[in-house]
Design a protein around this ligand. Structure first.
Ligand SMILES: Nc1ncnc2c1ncn2[C@@H]1O[C@H](COP(=O)(O)OP(=O)(O)OP(=O)(O)O)[C@@H](O)[C@H]1O
Ligand SMILES: [Mg+2]
Length: 299
């Protein structure tokens, strides 16, 4: 015990049958690495395994899955108390993998595993909504929300990240702007939002760069609102020419408050949360994460 720092991989059950992963782990174990694996079945499992990981005294908890799995593991790490809190490693095995992709996590399984175990841990921020639910990557509301929450599992499996966009376009008739009011430090806006992204990270919805300047260790959240009366022209121009676009409003703040006269749904790292009022705040340096040295999300 103790000579090589241990890791506990929390693997989303959707990827439990991955033979390449089995082989990669066997290889690392042959090289002397101590890796334990736990498989999730439903929400809540990852949180319990993080507690176990802390009791085991491992140095790293690896989130093996998509943005939702990273979210659950990161949230549980932030809620850990004590001084032997493991660092977060990321093994992208989800559909969109927006956080991992924008953080520059290698896309081969072996390299990602290696980085997750021996990469340098740096302090990163997380965001918390209404003092309860966390997101490490992004909160999206409006149009983007409908895309992700309504994308059926089968379409996701068949098309990967692209399915979010295609599925969204197929449902254009159902989309409408969401009326809301948003406040932050030196920021206030009221109107109809088509899509709004509040980012600790940069991209969501399978590659949509909603907060292209966001950094995960600057103590700030970046906000981008896409506005417009007519949906299709606004959507096409906003996605294709982000600069000097009258339909785009940007903001930056350590916190944002979003209020709507009726229930709106935010999508936090791919998981929905509905309500009429949201206070979203950044928790600076909330956890340690093993990231590539040239990670574009670090300042
Ligand atoms: N064995 C399992 N089978 C199906 N779903 C699971 C299983 N274990 C956990 N989950 C659920 O999977 C969701 C998280 O999935 P995750 O986000 O990691 O993958 P994804 O949605 O395919 O990827 P991405 O978010 O990157 O598109 C959570 O809601 C969690 O409760
Ligand atoms: Mg997900």
């Amino acid at each position: 015990m103790g000579k090589i720092p241990g890791s506990l991989l929390i693997l989303n059950g959707k990827s439990a049958g991955d033979e390449t992963l089995r082989a990669a782990i066997a290889l690392l174990r042959d090289e002397g690495m101590d890796i334990q694996v736990r498989v999730t079945w439903e929400k809540g499992d990852a949180g319990r395994y993080v507690k176990e990981a802390q009791q085991l005294g491992v140095d790293t908890v690896i989130a093996g899955g998509g943005d939702g799995t990273i979210n659950e593991v990161a949230t549980a790490l932030v809620n850990c108390t004590g001084d032997n809190i493991p660092a977060l490693g990321i093994l992208p095995l989800g559909t969109a993998n927006d956080f991992a992709t924008s953080a520059g996590i290698p896309d081969t399984l072996e390299k990602a595993l290696q980085l997750a175990i021996v990469g340098k841990a740096v302090a990163v921020d997380i965001a918390r909504v209404n003092d309860k639910t966390c997101f490490i990557n992004m909160a999206t509301g409006g149009f983007g929300t409908r895309i992700t929450t309504e994308t059926p599992e089968k379409l996701k499996a068949a098309l990967g990240g692209v399915s979010y966009l295609i599925h969204g376009l197929l449902r254009l008739d159902k989309l409408k702007a969401d009326r809301c009011e948003i406040r932050g430090e030196d920021f206030q806006w009221q109107g109809d939002a088509l899509v709004m992204g509040i980012g600790n990270g940069r991209q969501a919805g399978g590659g949509q760069q909603l907060c292209p300047q966001a950094l995960i260790n600057d103590g700030l959240l970046h906000l981008r609102i896409f506005t417009g009366e007519e949906l299709l022209p606004a959507l096409l121009t906003t996605l294709t020419q982000p600069d000097d676009n009258p339909h785009i409003i940007d903001g930056k703040s350590a916190w944002f408050e979003v209020s709507a006269p009726h229930e709106i749904t935010f999508n936090l790292d791919g998981e929905p949360l509905s309500g009429e009022h949201f206070r979203i705040e950044v928790l600076p340096n909330a956890l340690q994460c093993r990231l590539p040295p040239d990670c574009p999300l670090l300042r």
